[in-house]
Ligand binder design. Sequence first.
Ligand SMILES: *Cc1c(COP(=O)(O)O)cnc(C)c1O
Length: 371
Amino acid sequence: MSGHEQSYIAEAFRANWLTTAGANLDGFEREMSARLAGRHTLAVSSGTAALHLVLRYLGVGPGDRVAVSTLTFAGSVFPILYLGAEPVFVDSERQSWNLDPDVLESYLRDAARRDELPKALVLVHLYGQHADVDRIRALCDEFEVALVEDAAESLGATYKGRETGCTADFAILSFNGNKIITTTGGGMIVARSADAIRAMRKWAHQSREPAVEYVHEELGYNYRMSNVLAGIGRGQLTVLDERVAARRAVAARYRDALADIPGVALQPEAEWGTHSRWLSVLLFDPEERPVDPATLVLALEVDDIETRPVWRPMHTQPLFRHARRVGGEVAESLFASGLCLPSSSSLSAAAQDRVIDALRRALTGSLAAAR
Ligand SMILES: *Cc1c(COP(=O)(O)O)cnc(C)c1O
């Protein structure tokens, strides 16, 4: 927390507007909209809920296909299943680790020939780095595939000078506890169209028609955010730029401190934008430094340091063993050789030094030699 949250929460208590309406909800949506090029916004209970509503708005239903980056968290994919549609997993490129436009192009050309085009594409901006959206957007326009940005991990990042969350017609954000700013749990829909937000707002509020008794013409969901949590979000939003700066400083320190170890590099920063470094992620060269990330996780755990492998690609998940995929080898190799490091904006220099020391010992000592 930044310290600014309490005043917004206190105001909600003072006004006795604590649940699903109030000044913090209006303010949070308005303030995020101001940050994101005036796009329309809707605060909801999670990023996953936000994606569910957007895909439904786009008409995704049983029998449809939805293309999605394979290197991501399950929250990018589960809403496709909620709607009875089928995911098609698309591989990454090595420059940003995000969805590969070349792979997408050959997939869409082939799918068009077979009349199997996906209805939508969920484009993930991984670990705080924006995908190469201009090319991807042009392909989606050509093949009439709706484009949704999954900006859950990238709030604060930019693409060619534009903020993440406003490079497509629809985007979703997450304020889960592990994200760069948090409401303890929550999400947001960002859309170019006010009509779209109006429709989704109704669905998120149990599809209540404007009548004194409860009238429902459509299926709805209880996906609302509370006015208390929106107050936390407002306080957090005031420090977003500081958080990005702090995370980038953490990444730069890791880079400098490990620069002399051959075969170890941070996730590259693509030339098209600013990486928020939501997470600092290392990649080991399989020739020069063949380290198994899972072994390293266990070795660091002994020193009470929590690290994680890169997201396990969705096409390798047991749940999706029968799903379609387009490529996947790049995502698999990033999973096989990548490690997510402690990256918090509040990580002290002393704590980070401890991580660096342990990493250096593990990488240059017995662990590396054993392989
Ligand atoms: C966190 C996350 C989500 C889901 O957000 P929740 O608020 O946790 O539901 C979706 N996609 C990605 C890439 C995420 O990292």
